[in-house]
Design a protein around this ligand. Structure first.
Ligand SMILES: [Zn+2]
Length: 63
C-alpha cells in the first residue's frame, strides 16, 4: 500500500465507476460507488471504497 506522501492527487467518484463498460466493484465489500481515486507519481491508480479497501487499477485512465 503506497504511503500518503507518494500520492500525486486524489479524485472522488460519487457515482458508479464504469471502466470498459463494466461497473467496478470493491473486492472487499462489493461496493460500487463513492470511490476515492489516488493517482500516484508512478502513474498507478488506486481506488479506495468508502469501507477503506484499496484496489490497484493499473489500466484506469487518470484523466
Ligand atoms: Zn470495500
Amino acid at each position: 500500500m503506497p504511503s500518503r506522501q507518494a500520492a500525486g492527487f486524489m479524485m472522488r467518484w460519487q457515482q458508479p465507476l464504469v471502466v470498459d463498460g463494466e461497473v467496478r466493484t470493491c473486492p472487499g465489500c462489493g461496493g460500487y460507488r463513492d470511490w476515492i481515486g489516488l493517482c500516484l507519481r508512478d502513474d498507478s491508480v488506486w481506488l479506495r471504497c468508502r469501507g477503506g479497501h484499496e484496489t490497484k487499477k493499473p489500466g484506469l485512465d487518470a484523466a
